[in-house]
Ligand binder design. Structure first.
Ligand code: FER
Length: 255
């Protein structure tokens, strides 16, 4: 396990690199969700499953979260995209890396999908856990996390939950993000994991995106909720088995 400090345009990004062994391998860059961090148990579990399939993991804290720079209230999807592109370029320079995948949970899943659409030449595939594809639409409709606002008269700040303030710029950015276009631009394999009892990200989002991606695969986990903490072993097995399959499909020794 290697602690790294990466930089994105003057912002420090706290990251952890873990490898399945010493041989060259593919690498997954792992993004956490809104108000979360790279060190939450369900993210550690997802990373472990990836390494069991032979992939190195590079998890990091995004702008305004965990041990990285920036204030929570100043974070936007643009800043998260910029962070992720910088981590992607850092990963490209790591000499053991054979190919790069992106993974993310919820708002981090949306961000991973957006960067996939920007860099389909650099990103081999995606593993999205409860990707929050509805955030842009919700921002356009004037409703985030149950907080309602006039989408045409964006306030300077919104207190979405007690003690949690988002900037008007968060909303401005989110309103102009187009998740469907990012899906259409990504030709590689995409695994979408979703709990059918998630009350933050509607399971219908996962179904629609899995259909829309050219090479989408949906793994719906019955009874599971937003943070994948009821049946973590199922989530881990789904990630491990699907990634191992992807790896074998790439092996020139296989028909
Ligand atoms: C929202 C729904 C979900 C929202 C954010 C999320 C800011 C993100 C959840 C997560 O990343 O876990 O309306 O608005």
């Amino acid at each position: 396990m290697e602690q790294l400090t990466l930089m994105d345009d003057g912002i420090r990004l706290s990251a952890v690199l873990e490898r399945p062994g010493t041989a060259p391998s593919p690498l997954v860059i792992v993004l956490h969700g809104f108000t979360s961090s790279k060190d939450r148990p369900h993210t550690l579990a997802a990373c472990r499953a990836m390494r069991e399939a032979g992939f190195a993991t590079l998890r990091f804290d995004l702008y305004g979260h965990g041990g990285s720079g920036g204030a929570f209230r100043d974070h936007t999807l643009h800043k998260w995209i910029s962070n992720t592109l910088s981590v992607l370029h850092a990963a490209e320079k790591m000499d053991f890396v054979t190919e790069i995948w992106l993974s993310g949970h919820s708002q981090g899943g949306l961000t991973a999908a957006l960067v996939g659409g920007m860099a389909p030449d650099l990103v081999r595939g995606l593993i999205l856990r409860a990707p929050a594809f509805m955030i842009p639409r919700s921002a356009r409709e004037g409703s985030l996390l149950g907080f309602r606002f006039d989408p045409l008269r964006i306030p300077d700040k919104v207190d979405v939950i007690k003690g949690l303030t988002l900037s008007g710029d968060y909303i401005r950015v989110a309103q102009t993000v187009h998740a469907e276009e990012a899906m259409d631009r990504f030709p590689g394999p995409v695994l979408i994991l979703q709990g059918d009892q998630d009350d933050l990200v509607p399971p219908a989002e996962a179904r629609a995106s899995a259909t829309r991606y050219r090479c989408g695969h949906l793994a719906m986990i019955p009874g599971e909720t937003h943070h994948f903490d009821r049946f973590p072993a199922q989530m881990e097995a789904l990630i491990r088995d699907w990634l191992a399959q992807q790896k074998n499909a790439d092996d020139p020794g296989n028909p």
